[in-house]
Design a protein around this ligand. Structure first.
Ligand code: ZN
Length: 301
């Protein structure tokens, strides 16, 4: 049934010209929300960007459908975060038959940090895939996307470069506001009732980071992991526990009930909800809200 549908889609699409009439925009497909938002900000009206992850879907457990492969095959550029974040992207790449498609691994040149958990969720040699949460890495990702658009559409090179310069300046400002705000907080520890997504951010701003789960939200935390977190919260008199986006905050709630702490969202922006997508949520705004919550949670002036 699925294969039948796939063949049907290909046959239908092939009967039309490759480019829709009236549209000479560069067609870009990205896997995760940060890549989607970076590309929109660099390409503006000259690109048609689509997000492969349907809004609201949790990124680590995503499984692409045959129609996703069709979508990627029809694009001019396919951008993914890297093999540690999207092992499934490699299968998509293997299935690509469009020789003109440019494939961009946005992690090229980023500084990655090693894994910390070493459980099944994170085999030996794994690197932390959440590279966009180090804003210096985010700039390198923006640079990789810029390069791809310049190669695909050299006529618009100046416009892409200008837009990218503006966005990189925004990331620099964001980084400065984090650095300033987080330099003199009472608390220096982020306790996360979710998966280990904020290692880069914590490291960049000299914070300690404790998470209930490893690099993916799929694995349940062990009773031992939870009781260690509870112990740490009591010992350090922590008042707030952070929870993650797009999954049930069950683990964070359990920890908060046990320790009489309050909950605050810390959104790693792998993806956005349907509402956020419709309302045009941006990576920069999500990161600004995170900083507001960190200031409350860590007691920053
Ligand atoms: Zn993650």
């Amino acid at each position: 049934m699925v294969l039948g549908a796939l063949v049907f889609i290909i046959a239908t699409r092939n009967s039309k010209p490759a480019e829709k009439a009236g549209s000479n925009k560069i067609k870009v497909v990205t896997t995760l929300f940060p890549l989607y938002d970076f590309t929109k900000n660099i390409g503006k009206e000259k690109v048609a960007v689509s997000l492969l992850l349907p809004p609201g879907v949790e990124a680590h457990s995503f499984e692409p459908k045959p129609s996703d492969l069709v979508k990627v095959n029809e694009a001019d550029v396919f951008i993914y975060t890297g093999k540690f974040m999207e092992p499934w992207a490699e299968d998509i790449v293997k299935g690509i038959t469009n020789k003109k498609l440019m494939i961009v691994d946005a992690s090229q040149g980023t500084k990655m940090i090693p894994g910390v958990f070493h459980d099944d969720d994170e085999p030996a040699g794994s690197l932390d895939p959440h590279i966009w949460l180090d804003f210096e890495n985010a700039k390198i990702m923006v640079g990789n996307i810029l390069h791809a658009l310049e190669v695909k559409d050299s006529a618009s090179m100046d416009s892409y470069k200008q837009n990218s310069d503006v966005y990189i300046k925004n990331l620099t400002d964001l980084d400065s506001s984090y650095r300033t705000a987080l330099a003199s907080c009472k608390g220096k520890e982020i306790v996360y009732g979710g998966h280990y997504a904020f290692g880069y951010l914590a490291r960049r701003y000299a914070l300690k980071y404790l998470a209930a789960q490893g690099f993916s939200p799929d694995a349940e935390p062990t009773a031992r992991d939870l009781s260690m977190l509870v112990e740490q919260i009591r010992k350090d008199k922590i008042k707030y526990v952070f929870y993650e986006e797009l999954t049930s905050p069950k683990i964070a709630e359990t920890i908060a009930n046990e320790t009489n702490t309050k909950l605050l969202l810390l959104n790693a922006a792998h993806n956005v909800s349907k509402d956020q997508f419709v309302q045009g949520a941006s990576f920069l705004d999500i990161m600004k809200s995170n900083l507001d919550n960190l200031k409350v949670g860590l007691g920053c002036p």
